[in-house]
Design a protein around this ligand. Sequence first.
Ligand SMILES: NC(=O)c1ccc[n+]([C@@H]2O[C@H](COP(=O)([O-])OP(=O)(O)OC[C@H]3O[C@@H](n4cnc5c(N)ncnc54)[C@H](O)[C@@H]3O)[C@@H](O)[C@H]2O)c1
Length: 365
Amino acid sequence: MNGDRLQRKIDVKICVLPGDGIGPEIIVQALRVLKALDLKCEIEEAPLGGCAVDAVGDPFPEATQRLALAADAVLLGAVGGPKWDVLPRELRPERGLLGIRKLLGLFANLRPAALYPELANASTLKPEVVAGLDLLIVRELTGDIYFGQPRGIETRGVDGVEQRIGINTMIYSEEEIRRIGKVAFEAARKRKRKLCSVDKSNVLETTQLWRDVMNELAPAYPDVELTHMLVDNAAMQLVRAPKQFDVIVTGNMFGDILSDEASMLTGSIGMLPSASLNETGKGLYEPCHGSAPDIAGKGLANPLATILSVAMMLRYSFALEEMAQRIENAVKNVLGQGLRTADIHEPGTTKLDTEQMGDAVLAAL
Ligand SMILES: NC(=O)c1ccc[n+]([C@@H]2O[C@H](COP(=O)([O-])OP(=O)(O)OC[C@H]3O[C@@H](n4cnc5c(N)ncnc54)[C@H](O)[C@@H]3O)[C@@H](O)[C@H]2O)c1
């Protein structure tokens, strides 16, 4: 993003994709918050996922692609639902999600897991283990065993027996590792300056290279403390003593698993935002949860993850740290007042519906 443009607060262009299920409901509240800020923004909405299949027979229509490419950032609700699960794979809503990640070259996925002290009881872990937890997982999103070739299921002779074998290839180039490493070091700089790189370098050459490249990057970030951890230990440490972590950087598959584990430490999926960035800093911002078809249209959805995704957009795509913190502080304030949606409600707090939670955040802003 051009710094000049930001300082003069000239419009930023945001492509909004409400999606399916609770997507439209939570996006409405996030947009109310965005519009309340001192930021000139041009907002254009487009269909993605199941609603796009219904409208034009394509989960990622060309018009949506054009808007996403032209925008400075993309804000997404969620896609999917049982209605579309019966469709052939190429027409499923998830295709839209994979399509937009690919189109925008979103290789870096940032998932914070922060536990607000007020919600310490929501976690399945003891409050003293998780209270004050604030970590960020930086996951590589476009490489690794999920995309490596060769892959497939084929029939071959193994040990003299003709049988099916499944093949996947774990592969990373040093350039792929370097670019995600830089994102992670930079993110650590904006936080407590501690970066833990997670690999399986005792067994896998791919991740030995991962560790080597992280070490090569470290001298350029003398203010960040780099450590390494094997993935099995990291999985264990995340539930044993998660507060030891500030930023974790890891590959696509390990990151997939660890980021879900970390998000559950907070016990409330409705609270967790995420960012996926490309090399120019353009990003797709979305809550970690799905389209929650079970509660869609009932006013039960928690909009805070989406509102916090707007804060991430301001921080990572537009370098508007102060505005990002204003939103985060408003959310803290609302929780401090004991205001809760149904998913995080507990005795002694006040239950709000989706729109009332939006009202509360706006009032706190
Ligand atoms: N990025 C995405 O768009 C994305 C991610 C995950 C799942 N999905 C899709 O979403 C659909 C439903 O998937 P799922 O049920 O496995 O996961 P989900 O995250 O949608 O829901 C899991 C549970 O959490 C609850 N929940 C989720 N978000 C909430 C919120 N903001 N407030 C309150 N409660 C909330 C739901 O009611 C449900 O009980 C599927 O079609 C799946 O493919 C989409």
